[in-house]
Design a protein around this ligand. Structure first.
Ligand code: BES
Ligand code: ZN
Length: 619
């Protein structure tokens, strides 16, 4: 009886509680704790007509003392045709079953294996609605003559284009054979060749072990331009030269990071410039970061994004968050390292301005976040990581590291961070393990500087601690004075010495205008500074957002053009939110979204559909 009770109690501990208890990855349904694949080989055809990737994936699995009877892989919306296993060198067909669909995690695929099985091969195809892929028609590209497709697998979308154990807790090396029509070219987060093949067949290898969310693919009429010994641009013809100019400092950025954090371990660092519908600013796919074209401003004002994606070559790709709860270990470190790179290349003034803008944005966003979502070690069980995405892991994470840097000084802090990258290279790490490491290798090593209580407050508690650094920028203080003077009627706008202002000063200016600014004053600003005509997408975003919030209608045309031509979530989501706040803009918002939606990535569509849905519900 006792035994039965025990069994029943065990069974009633659901996956949710278990994941919480043991720091497991709640976001995978795979059995990665029983058996893992160590290498995958993809053999895929990129079929633009059907909007499908089709072919097979072969998993090499690690021998186990106690091999389970099934290999369980994550899938979402995949069509599975056949499974085979190799045991003792002999291939045979095997049974497979798809389990129950979970709205966040997808559908587990269980494949029968034997105690001595070493390879598992699955024949499958993705579906046109795959959440991790976007298929663009000819018209949606810059060249308008060829289609384009790309993957975006972080956080849990790799499973929508390949059956895989989709958890950052484990790593695989990979190889691939990809076929397209000969007039197109596939690229991957692997060893890309500048040469195009004649028959449309391409081979790739990634010999370094990476978490599955970093396996990436794109295909289209992709050209190549070398920038330096380790860096090059891949993109449609239209962006090739402007991107190569804009991002010419990439090699210097690599060297700046190496100086502080040790060697760049991935050989090549290329940039793939995507069509404007790419839903993120950038994605750190190893050896080939995916980049939005919206940062090609012409004056290098937005290249911190490149520093950011490059910085992931240490934080994220080399040392990886073990679960999505630990995202701050990826993004907080990366934002911090990004800023250090920017300081090296562009100087301290700019680096501080970028810190200050980041902190302001965080404070703004925190007004809307639930208390629990302001914790670095955020609770995510039961939730889609895309829905919990915020500035917290980025900026609060960065501020925590800045706090440690300021207390210990760079002479102690920099070697600690470098040692952390070296000691954990090619491993995944969770928050608790990191905190232990931090205690031993920094806090207790130099006693009396930071207490354990302070560390715990930063990592495990909500809000910003009183110890939060406040970046002070003289340039911004000046901008603030000019705003105040103008607002008090002490001088006209045209008297403000804006001639040498950088984009950062303009952004600060727009974001710090008085709360009670009138429409007439916005019109005056616009006619003096021509914000509505700006070609800088960040300035456009800040200005359009302010205009919508204050009901300044003259921007409508520009706003429509912005929302239709850009699919990067950061530059559009808050604009829709602001439009939906005001009933007078509802029909405008609906009209524009109807036009823009077909061009957006499934992720952006999902987010914005959600906003409209919420508004319609409360109407
Ligand atoms: N890895 C992220 C993008 C990401 C994070 C995708 C979490 C899915 C889940 C990438 O490095 C990133 O942070 N991009 C930022 C740019 C950065 C400069 C803040 C973006 O896309 O805005
Ligand atoms: Zn990042």
């Amino acid at each position: 009886m006792k035994k039965l009770l025990l069994l029943l109690t065990c069974l009633s501990i659901n996956a949710f509680a278990q994941a919480q208890q043991e720091n497991l990855d709640w976001h995978t349904l795979s059995n990665y704790q029983e058996v893992i694949s160590t290498h995958v080989h993809l053999d895929l055809e990129v079929d633009f007509k059907q909007k499908q990737l089709k072919g097979s994936i072969e998993h090499q699995i690690a021998p186990q003392a106690k091999m389970p009877s099934f290999l369980v892989l994550d899938t979402r919306d995949l069509a599975i045709h056949k499974a085979e296993i190799q045991s003792n060198g002999v291939w045979e067909k095997t049974e497979f079953t798809l389990g129950e669909y979970d709205p966040v995690r997808g559908t587990p695929l269980s494949i029968a294996i034997k105690p001595n099985t070493s390879k598992v091969k699955v024949y499958y195809n993705s579906n046109p609605q795959a959440s991790g892929l976007q298929w663009l028609s000819n018209e949606q590209t810059a060249g308008k003559k060829h289609p384009f497709m790309f993957s975006q697998s972080q956080a849990i979308h790799a499973r929508s284009w390949m059956p895989i154990q989709d958890t950052p807790a484990m790593r695989v090396t990979y190889s691939a054979r990809i076929t397209t029509t000969p007039n197109l070219r596939p690229v991957m987060s692997a060893d890309n060749s500048p040469e195009r093949s004649k028959d449309g067949v391409y081979q790739f290898t990634m010999p370094q072990a990476i978490p599955p969310y970093l396996i990436a693919i794109a295909a289209g009429d992709i050209r190549y331009k070398k920038m330096s010994k380790q860096t090059a641009i891949y993109s449609e013809e239209a962006y090739l030269d402007t991107a190569a100019k804009e991002f010419e400092d990439t090699q210097a950025m690599i060297e700046a990071a190496e100086k502080i954090y040790g060697p760049y371990r991935w050989n090549q660092y290329d940039l793939l410039i995507l069509p404007p519908s790419f839903p993120f600013g950038g994605m750190e796919n190893p050896r080939l970061s995916f980049i939005t074209p919206t940062v090609i401003a012409g004056d290098k004002s937005l290249v911190s994004l490149i520093a950011h994606e490059l910085a992931h070559s240490w934080s994220g790709n080399l040392v990886t968050n073990a679960t999505w709860r630990d995202l701050w270990l990826n993004e907080g470190f990366t934002s911090y390292v990004e800023n250090r790179i920017m300081e090296e290349i562009f100087g301290q003034d700019r680096a501080i301005m970028e810190q200050a803008l980041g902190k302001q944005e965080l404070l703004e966003e925190m007004k809307e976040l639930s208390k629990n979502d302001t914790i670095l070690h955020v609770e995510l069980a039961g939730r889609d990581p895309d829905d919990a995405f915020s500035d917290i892991p980025y900026v609060k994470g960065q501020l925590f590291l800045m706090f440690l840097e300021q207390r210990f000084g760079r002479e102690k802090f920099d070697p600690f961070v470098r040692k952390h990258f070296d000691d954990h290279a090619f491993q995944s790490l969770d928050t608790n393990t990191f905190v232990k490491y931090l205690m031993e290798n920094l806090i207790k090593k130099y006693p009396g500087i930071v207490t354990e209580k302070e560390v715990n407050e930063w990592v495990y508690q909500a809000g910003l601690p009183v110890t939060t650094p406040s970046p002070v920028s003289n340039a911004f203080d000046n901008v603030k004075k000019h705003i105040a003077n103008w607002h008090k009627g002490k001088g006209s706008l045209s008297d403000i010495p804006t001639k040498n202002w950088t984009i950062h000063e303009w952004l600060y200016f727009i974001n710090n205008l008085p709360e009670n600014i009138s429409k007439e004053q916005l019109a005056e600003l616009d006619s003096t500074f021509h914000f509505t005509q700006t070609t800088n997408n960040e300035v456009a975003f800040a200005w359009l957002l302010l205009s919508v919030n204050k009901g300044y209608d003259k921007v409508e045309q520009r706003l429509e053009q912005h929302l239709i031509s850009i699919g990067r979530r950061r530059l559009i989501v808050n604009l829709y939110k602001a439009l939906l706040e005001k009933p007078k803009y509802h029909s405008f918002a609906e009209k524009v979204y109807a036009k823009a939606r077909p061009g957006y990535h499934p992720l952006a569509q999902g987010t914005i559909d959600g906003l409209f849905h919420e508004k319609l519900k409360t109407k």
